[in-house]
Design a protein around this ligand. Structure first.
Ligand code: B12
Length: 589
């Protein structure tokens, strides 16, 4: 598809939109009310921002250490803030920054939060409550999720500043996350640009953080486009607004060579303010003992990369129970201590590493990323988008989406029939294909043939941003001769029911991960009833829910309740076969 296919009228359909200059000015005015409050970490370091500390430590060869916390219960979060620091310090290990997991309901404007669905993270109303937590130990607060990129961006940025954060994100989420029931992307963009104005007006150096894996990276099939996203976001935030950016990557970077190459490529394109290299959480597939091997595997690469190419990033030792549930305090401490010991071991073994292959890949990534960024800006300008206006740029990129951007402007070779060949393939896509092959080979031939004969149409969808489960089910079903109707990512129950009716589907296969399985299932059944549809609903993923009226920190399993409602609970992807065969037995053969 040539770039000329992109037209302003198709992307920005409104006749009138806010101008970034006005929104940035609104944000600047708010700075008189919402200023930055220093935190114990900066006091201890004698610095005015985390950025300053990052530069100092990079020069000394010291690597920061990051832990992610944020229990639903604020008192527990406060306890964790102090206890993790103290228990590690007692062993001579420093934890330097905490990433706070705000709840997704915090993404809505403050006035709306009470009536919106809740997820698994922490919920705050008052800045003082938050500041009490961040004062509990000299650790730099990092506000990553559900701040920038959401309709509640201005209120949440003010909260983060009052709690002493000098790294605030998460711009990556702006491009891909959808809050349930919220489709007003103009309001989201307006809040985000205004919040960027508030950040730009602070008299200390605030970093705008973006987690690439939350944003476009998980959707691009080419890692060169993923690196290109860094250049594009930098151009918008630094180039047009004057604020420094800080990029995080790692969840999906499971290939050691490309993980190391990406680190070098970031260094080569001038990253000095990296927030953290996220743990390769997709490699946590087994028991804690097995996950320790994965932890060592990715940390070793990250330590090696940061020693060679210091970018300011912290390492992030993710607790080994992360694939089972939200990790508890002691598990966070264990992972931190493990990482400190591993750092010593990596240092001793450095003579063994030869990163030539990574260096070669990194050079290709940098060239591809620059090509991608230039093509995106040229293409947007040709389509009539004002590339000097941050509001128009952000909204256009969000609406075009990763897949189309890559198809139009990616640096990979264009193919006649297939998508572009990536310069460097993303490991996510490769792993899904491999995983699908393994599952298919384990399905018995009689069941597969039986399913294929039924000529089913199955709607697949997700309740939240996690889409790998759905992608896997889509692939499996297509390979088994089932027609897949794409119900989308982060969709609301009424949308699923309406589409199932319109597309005359035989069943729904739902993937859910955000601790809302039960409430979502109830709403979906209600919507199906409204549409007078009696369809089997298969459900998989993380089948748990945070009890609504409780302040409990961890979601509870709701598998039995889902079965009680009549849903077909699927533990593994291949359960889709038995589930569909059983549920569609009478009416489809
Ligand atoms: C990758 C990932 C992400 C990626 C998702 C990228 C993407 N585009 O998909 C990113 C980084 C964006 C992300 C974000 C978040 N994540 Co996340 N994420 C994960 C992770 C590491 C892997 C999940 C995954 O994709 N697995 C791959 C699939 C293929 O395998 P699987 O999950 O084991 O599924 C199997 C079965 O369940 C089954 N299956 C799944 N669905 C279906 C459906 C049907 C019909 C059938 C038959 C079978 C089936 O098939 C699979 C193979 O057998 C998990 C932790 C982990 N290691 O599992 C956390 C995890 C799911 N995330 C979690 C959380 C909390 C979040 C955030 C809220 C964090 C935050 N504060 O921002 C946000 C979500 C925000 C939002 N708006 O929704 C929690 C969920 C907590 C819970 N409910 O218990 C987890 C468990 C991590 C944790 N312990 O805290 N995440």
């Amino acid at each position: 598809m040539p770039p000329r296919d992109l037209l302003r009228a198709e992307i920005l359909t409104e006749t009138e939109l806010p101008r970034a200059t006005d929104l940035l000015e609104d944000g600047r005015k708010l700075a008189a009310l919402h200023g930055f409050q220093a935190n114990p970490f900066l006091a201890e370091q004698g610095a005015s921002s985390e950025r300053e500390v990052k530069h100092r430590w990079s020069a000394e060869g010291r690597i920061m250490r990051h832990a992610q916390i944020g229990f639903r219960d604020p008192a527990k979060t406060q306890r964790a803030w102090a206890e993790i620091y103290e228990r590690c310090a007692a062993k001579g290990v420093a934890v330097d920054r905490y990433g706070i997991c705000l709840d997704w309901s915090m993404g809505y404007p403050a006035a709306e939060r009470g009536k919106r669905p809740r997820g698994t993270g922490i919920i705050f109303e008052e800045a003082e409550d938050l500041a009490k937590i961040t004062a509990a130990a000299p650790v730099a607060p990092h506000f990553g999720d559900f701040v920038l990129g959401f309709p509640g961006a201005v209120e949440n940025t003010a909260l983060a500043l009052a709690a002493g954060a000098t790294t605030i994100g998460n711009l990556g989420q702006y491009f891909t996350f959808r809050l349930p029931g919220w489709d007003n992307d103009v309001a989201t963009t307006r809040a985000t640009v205004t919040a960027l104005g508030l950040i730009a007006a602070q008299d200390t150096d605030i970093l705008v953080h973006s987690n690439l894996d939350d944003g476009f990276a998980a959707h691009f099939s080419d890692l060169a486009c993923c690196l290109g996203a860094v250049l594009i976001e930098r151009q918008i935030v630094k180039g047009l607004i004057g604020v420094n950016t800080s990029h995080c990557y790692g969840h999906h970077f499971s290939n050691p060579v490309t993980r190391l190459a990406f680190q070098k490529a970031l260094y080569d394109i001038g990253e000095t303010d990296g927030s953290m290299i996220y743990g390769n959480t997709t490699s946590y597939l087994g028991s804690p003992a097995e996950n320790y091997a994965s932890l060592a595997g990715y940390l070793r690469i990250d330590i090696e990369g940061l020693k060679r190419w210091p970018t300011g990033h912290a390492i992030n030792p993710v607790p080994v129970t992360e694939n089972e549930r939200i990790p508890d305090i002691a598990e966070v401490v264990d992972a931190q201590l493990f990482s400190a010991r591993l750092e010593e071991i990596v240092e001793q073994a450095r003579c063994l590493t030869t990163p030539e292959e990574a260096a070669e890949i990194s050079a290709q990534l940098v060239t591809g990323a620059r090509q991608f960024k230039d093509a995106v800006f040229k293409g947007l300008a040709a389509a009539g988008i004002d590339t000097g206006d941050a509001f128009e740029l952000l909204l256009s990129l969000k609406r075009i989406g990763a897949r189309r951007l890559e198809a139009l402007f990616g640096p990979g070779q264009i193919e006649e029939t297939a998508p572009r060949t990536p310069v460097i393939a993303s490991p996510v896509i490769e792993e899904l294909a491999e995983n699908c092959g393994i599952i298919l080979s384990g399905i018995d031939k009689v069941s597969a043939a039986n399913l294929s004969r039924r000529r089913l149409r199955v709607l697949t969808a997700t309740t939240d941003v996690h889409e790998h489960g759905k992608q896997l089910i889509d692939r499996l079903l297509r390979n088994l001769g089932v027609e897949v109707v794409d119900g989308g990512i982060s969709v609301d129950p009424h949308q699923i029911a309406a589409l199932a009716l319109e597309e005359d589907c035989n069943a729904i296969a739902l993937s859910t991960y955000n601790g809302v399985a039960l409430s979502y299932a109830r709403d979906l059944l209600k919507e199906l009833k409204t549409q007078k549809l009696d369809l089997p609903v298969l459900i998989g993923g993380r089948l748990n829910q945070i009890p609504d009226q409780s302040n409990s920190s961890l979601p509870v399993d709701v598998t039995a309740k889902l079965s009680g409602l009549g849903l077909i609970v699927c533990e593994k992807a291949d359960d889709v076969v038995g589930g569909l065969l059983e549920a569609t037995d009478s009416n489809s053969t």
